[in-house]
Design a protein around this ligand. Structure first.
Ligand code: MN3
Length: 233
């Protein structure tokens, strides 16, 4: 009997030891971050107040910190556990464009992409005129830089409701296109060079209903022409 108890005790001790070892091993492993998400909010290319006085820090705190973040969070919820969780945004956008029951995935993926592109389309001390090949293409496509500005402004102001205005490259020609809501040149095989967000949340705190003034500030003081030129194919 005594030896039986000793034997049982020995087994129990071994199990406790093994369990302890298992816990130790587990603790030693690098634990995957429990909050790992497929998509992250990309850092802004400048400080939130860097575009003042044309876009206030308050607008940026809502537009980048709340709206853009919400699109990232929504997308992560929608793609969790699907093959999209490990795929590039562009692929998700192209695969869900025009698919009725995937509209939520498309809208959030496209808005994540569009906003990331919009922040890069601006810089502190931007605006003015592009140079080099980009300027040549603009003059060839629109007649002159001033004609381009007029056409871009008209498109931005006439976009009914929420949307975006874009400068895109189509072969050797540049075009201005408008898209509604989350729609994006990425869904249409176009090469985007530049965009301006004309959803009301982009300008209402600073310009209220004066979208035209916002677009003028964008063109005259914010456009990052170096970024646009870097997107040329
Ligand atoms: Mn926006």
């Amino acid at each position: 009997m005594k030896s039986y108890i000793t034997e049982v005790w020995s087994v129990v001790s071994s199990l406790v030891l093994l369990a302890g070892l298992a816990v130790t091993c587990k603790a030693a492993e690098p634990s995957p971050p429990s909050t790992a998400q497929a998509f992250q909010l990309p850092p802004l290319p400048y400080a939130q107040d860097a575009l003042e006085p044309y876009i206030s820090a308050k607008t940026m705190s809502f537009h980048y910190g709340k709206h853009h973040q919400a699109y990232v969070d929504n997308l992560n919820k929608l793609v969790a556990g699907t093959p999209w969780a490990t795929q590039p945004l562009e692929k998700i956008i192209q695969e869900t464009a025009g698919v009725a029951d995937k509209a939520a995935v498309f809208n959030n993926a496209a808005q994540v992409w569009n906003h990331t592109f919009f922040w890069k389309s601006m810089k502190p001390g931007g605006g003015g005129k592009p140079t080099g090949h980009l300027l040549e293409l603009i003059e060839k496509s629109f007649g002159s830089f001033d004609e381009f500005k007029k056409a871009f402004t008209t498109a931005a102001v006439s976009q009914f409701g929420s949307g975006w205005v874009w400068l895109v490259q189509d072969g050797d020609v540049l075009k201005i296109v408008k898209t509604s809501n989350a729609d994006t040149p990425v869904a249409h095989g176009q090469t985007a060079l530049l965009t301006c967000d004309v959803w009301e949340h982009a300008y209402y705190l600073d310009y209220q209903n004066r979208r035209n003034d916002f677009v003028q500030a964008f063109l005259d003081h914010l456009v990052n022409w170096d970024f646009a030129a870097s997107q040329l194919k």
